[in-house]
Design a protein around this ligand. Structure first.
Ligand SMILES: Nc1ncnc2c1ncn2[C@@H]1O[C@H](COP(=O)(O)OP(=O)(O)OP(=O)(O)O)[C@@H](O)[C@H]1O
Ligand SMILES: [Mg+2]
Length: 421
């Protein structure tokens, strides 16, 4: 596998090709105020392009419902979904909003002109078959598409339907999950062994390079033992230095996984009574992975209906909500992501950060200059903001804190940044 493939980065960033040159103090949610410098910033902001690089890849055997699920999640995804294996060849990519009821609450309080949710990219990848790591089916090319995502959503067929071809002849979630896991393991093993060979021959003399290579080698030696045993790389505990050392390899089995049990519409009300779902549940807990049950078929049909008829249709199947919100939120959590908000008259916006990020790093998600010139962040917890009813009321009640550069941003913080560039 070519080492040059870049893994995507976890954080959505704004490409800041136009730096903010003027020196000013900015309270972010007050951007709607019409001072000259504010307008200048606004204009530059709208010119900045948000690049969403947070990706969840939908994988699984051929013909299990990946594209059907993708089209439902992305609503107008338009990936070709049909009853024949390898229907998808090139990956389809779609951006999905992360549903969050807090956004509308904040937006109403601040009388914002618009509310902008956090988002994730979903990628519909071609079906994987036994031997893919050796070039079977659509082979290595598709493993490389998986290498480029941050997390894996594995669709497992749990619906019986003789008209829908199963590539292995019968519905068997355990075998399907094993096939995919083994292909990912083989692909990583191949890559890790090649890399270890290279590292053993390395003649690096620079002490820093040497130290990095030693950390990488030590991580890979541990990982190779797990892989030989059929276990994923993520099952090995590594030091931070070791983790950094192997990051560039984008190992497939390092990526977190959620299993999606794709059931028939008749099983939606009581998925636990379907033995295939029970198998996936047991395996997901053994592999310390998440599990969501959906009917991709039902979700796809829902998207064709006007919103008022959707609830009726779901009720007729004995459920009261679509499974997609859960899937999107679970994916977001799986990626270790948190949301903080900015809220003002112009807009209320949910920003995505990794857990553990400091206030300047969180500010940097809005613009790199916010991070560079960070002075302080005024912060109030979501519940306190809602209870107070505004930033100024929160300040009067002593709920608004002024935090410095070491502050670790918490889930649901509502923030105002002060910076100077
Ligand atoms: N829950 C379900 N119940 C019944 N049929 C389903 C369900 N989910 C998907 N299907 C059907 O299964 C067939 C295959 O679906 P789809 O094309 O989405 O699979 P895929 O995994 O993307 O396949 P490929 O790997 O070939 O791209 C379609 O005919 C679809 O309507
Ligand atoms: Mg497909």
């Amino acid at each position: 596998m070519a080492r040059s493939i870049l893994c995507s980065h976890l954080i959505p960033s704004i490409s800041s090709s136009v730096p903010l040159k003027s020196s000013l103090l900015l309270q972010w949610p007050n951007l709607s105020k019409t001072s000259h410098s504010m307008l200048l910033i606004n204009r530059r902001f709208s010119a900045a392009k948000i690049s969403m690089s947070l990706r969840a890849g939908i994988v699984g055997l051929p013909n299990v419902g990946k594209s059907t699920l993708f089209n439902a999640v992305v609503e107008n995804g338009k990936a070709q979904a049909a009853n024949f294996p390898f229907c998808t060849i090139e990956p389809n990519v779609g951006i999905v909003a992360v549903p969050d009821p807090r956004l509308n609450v904040l937006s109403e309080i601040s009388k914002s002109k618009k509310a902008v949710p956090a988002s994730i990219e979903f990628v519909d990848i071609a079906g994987l078959v036994k031997g893919a790591s050796q070039g079977e089916g659509l082979g290595n090319k598709f493993l490389s598409h998986i290498r480029e995502v941050d997390s894996i959503i594995q669709v497992v067929r749990c619906f019986e339907d003789n008209d829908i071809i199963h590539v292995n002849g019968k519905v068997d979630p355990k075998s399907d999950i094993d096939v995919i896991n083994l292909e990912l393991v083989f692909s990583d093993l191949d890559q890790v062994e090649k890399r270890l060979d290279k590292l053993k021959k390395s003649k690096a003399s620079n002490p820093q390079t040497k130290m990095k290579e030693e950390a990488e080698k030590s991580a890979l030696e541990k990982i190779v033992v797990a892989l030989m045993d059929g276990r994923p790389a993520r099952s090995i505990s590594l030091t931070d230095l070791e983790k950094d050392g192997i990051r560039h390899l984008c190992l497939l089995t390092m990526k977190p996984i959620i299993y999606v049990a794709n059931v028939a519409e008749s099983d939606l009300a009581e998925p636990g009574s379907n033995s295939h779902v029970q198998d996936v549940t047991n395996l997901a807990s053994e592999l310390q992975s998440g599990l969501i049950t959906v009917s991709a078929q039902v979700e796809a049909e829902l998207t064709e209906l006007p919103p008022e008829e959707r609830i009726e249709y779901l009720a007729s199947l004995g459920v009261n909500e679509s499974g997609l919100g859960n899937l999107i939120r679970a994916t977001y959590n799986l990626l270790g992501l948190h949301t903080y908000f900015t809220s003002g008259e112009k807009e209320t916006k949910a920003w995505t950060i990794r857990s553990g990020m400091t206030a300047p790093q969180a500010a940097g998600v809005i613009h790199s200059d916010f991070e560079r010139g960070f002075i302080r962040a005024e912060t109030v917890a979501y519940d306190d903001f809602v209870a107070a009813g505004s930033f100024s009321a929160a300040r009067e009640k002593g709920l608004l804190r002024s935090e410095g550069k070491d502050y670790i941003v918490k889930e649901g913080d509502v923030m105002l940044f002060r910076f100077n560039v």
